[in-house]
Write a new protein. Structure first.
Length: 188
């Protein structure tokens, strides 16, 4: 070991075993991070990236939500999905969606004998235009749409790009219940 010109060689001590272990661990961690950054998993070769967002359109963005308030007023709330294709498609691509709604009416036996309410499904279809990177589809509510657990599934040229459940709720009723709980808690 050589001392620097400003260091007293008598004060310099060799690193202890715990210090050596920490130093080696830090070096190994840095090496692991460098390898991880260099060896990112390649995406499917030749397959373009499609980013899918679902929620409420607000100020040019999509607020992704698991719960969406039921609203018929499109001026106050627009919900739907947005697809971003990178790079923009060279040819038109078919976009299909399935909007599964909560079951209504009487329970009927399914193919396995379980009793369930029939779930209505709303189907839609459009095209992602060639050269356009963004596709947006609004999914307005109808007056007779039920509250509860829904499911959205979006396919682009036979490839599922979005599939997830979400809850549609009555915002006025939810606020009334929240207020009732707050009032009952305040009375204790």
């Amino acid at each position: 070991m050589t001392a620097t010109p400003f260091e007293d060689p008598a004060e310099r001590r060799p690193p202890t075993s715990p210090e050596r272990a920490r130093s080696r661990l830090a070096a190994a961690g840095g090496l692991a991070l460098a390898l991880l950054a260099a060896c990112t998993a390649p995406s499917k070769a030749g397959e373009p990236e499609i980013r899918a967002e679902f929620g409420i359109f607000y100020g040019g963005q999509v607020q992704e939500r698991d719960q969406i308030p039921f609203s018929l007023d499109a001026a106050r709330q627009r919900q739907g999905f947005r697809l971003t294709h990178t790079p923009p498609p060279a040819r038109a691509l078919e976009v299909r969606w399935e909007l599964g709604k909560p079951g209504q009416g009487r329970r009927t036996p399914d193919s396995q004998g379980r009793r369930a309410r029939p779930r209505p499904v709303q189907l839609g279809r459009a095209h992602f235009r060639a050269g356009e990177a963004v596709f947006e589809q609004a999914l307005p509510f109808a007056p007779d749409d039920p509250l509860g657990l829904w499911n959205i599934r979006v396919l682009v040229a036979e490839r599922v790009v979005l599939e997830r459940p979400f809850v549609v709720y009555d915002a006025v009723e939810r606020e009334r219940r929240r207020q009732a709980v707050a009032d009952s808690d305040a009375g204790m």
